[in-house]
Ligand binder design. Structure first.
Ligand SMILES: C[C@@](CO)(OP(=O)(O)O)[C@H](O)COP(=O)(O)OP(=O)(O)OC[C@H]1O[C@@H](n2ccc(N)nc2=O)[C@H](O)[C@@H]1O
Ligand SMILES: Nc1ncnc2c1ncn2[C@@H]1O[C@H](COP(=O)(O)OP(=O)(O)O)[C@@H](O)[C@H]1O
Length: 280
């Protein structure tokens, strides 16, 4: 079993535009203890079973479009092996939520199948393959806190993050990434230089507050409930920082302790999905 961890964009600045329309980003990525699971077993052909609390959210999708199967087919093609494996995805990360769940699943599938099929592929080639599956897949393959630039695929190790608890909250609305980028307006950010690191949670929170998430206004214009989520988190006891992750609609609060995050979670509307946990 391989965990496919949800990412959060602790900050996300849009700093430019590429000729093909993709946006150039500057984003601090961290991973959380919220994870899907990928299991692989030998089989005569390629199949995918999806189970778990988030499985229903993928019901309407064509299974062949699932990033897990796309990753498997792409890897087999590149390595010249027959795409034979029984894949099982336990889905817990909310879908189209700014937590990179599909990308995490694709990255975990690549790692699992490299082992199952005994493929000897240089890391660099595996990262190229990941980038062709989606802008977020290489960061999930790396799985470490990173500052992402380019369209999200250029990764530099992040300074060590201070210990903290995180509360993830999703109001139950899906926000497709392309729609949010299309709805973005306003100036590009300059992208601030990265300092030597953060001595504690207060220092991290002050830096995050200066940078923010440049997709927030666009997400709120499409799903106004995102503003309510941010307001509720902002008024919770012990809150150090509040922002939206990625293109939304999941927002997060940072707290000094898991107890504070759990207490804040207990005061939210029951209809909202939430997860109190840790950055890993
Ligand atoms: C915004 C971010 C921030 O981490 O995360 P999510 O909110 O999706 O989790 C990512 O850049 C999403 O990465 P990912 O979801 O892999 O994107 P892709 O599948 O490659 O692209 C989906 C679409 O988003 C837009 N897109 C994506 C990345 C980027 N840097 N600029 C863009 O303009 C493009 O319209 C593209 O067609
Ligand atoms: N394994 C997967 N898990 C989630 N979504 C997937 C998966 N495979 C394909 N998708 C498609 O990718 C889209 C983006 O999903 P996801 O990665 O969860 O969100 P985000 O890009 O906001 O982080 C979904 O709308 C879904 O149709």
């Amino acid at each position: 079993m391989r965990p496919a961890r949800a990412k959060v964009n602790l900050w996300l600045n849009v700093v430019g535009r590429r000729a093909d329309g993709y946006h150039l980003l500057d984003s601090l990525i961290a991973f959380t203890d919220l994870a899907d699971e990928i299991e692989v077993a030998p089989a005569g052909d390629l199949s995918l079973e999806i189970v778990g609390p988030g499985a229903a959210a993928l019901d309407g999708d064509d299974a062949a479009d699932n990033l897990v199967l796309k990753a498997a087919r792409l890897l087999a093609g590149r390595a010249g092996v027959a795409p034979r494996a029984a894949l099982r995805l336990t889905k817990r990360i909310p879908v189209a939520a700014g937590l990179g769940g599909g990308s995490a699943d694709a990255a975990a599938t690549l790692r699992a199948l490299v082992d199952l099929w005994r493929i000897a592929m240089p890391e660099e080639e595996l990262f190229d393959l990941a980038a062709s599956l989606g802008a977020d897949v290489p960061m999930c393959l790396a799985g470490q806190p990173a500052v992402a630039t380019g369209i999200g695929e250029r990764l530099a190790p992040a300074p060590r993050l201070p210990d903290c608890a995180i509360l993830l909250v999703n109001p139950g609305v899906a926000l497709p990434t392309p729609a949010v980028f299309r709805a973005r307006s306003g100036d590009l950010s300059a992208g601030l230089p990265i300092g030597p690191g953060w001595s504690d949670l207060a220092a991290l929170a002050a830096d995050l507050a200066r940078r923010g998430n440049d997709l927030t206004a666009a997400a709120i214009s499409l799903q106004p409930v995102v503003a309510d989520v941010l307001d509720r988190l902002r008024s919770s006891d012990g809150i150090a920082h509040v922002a939206m992750s990625g293109s939304g609609a999941t927002c997060f609060g940072l707290y000094a302790s898991i107890e504070a995050a759990q207490r804040a979670a207990s005061h939210l509307p029951t209809a909202w999905w939430r997860h109190a946990g840790r950055l890993v």
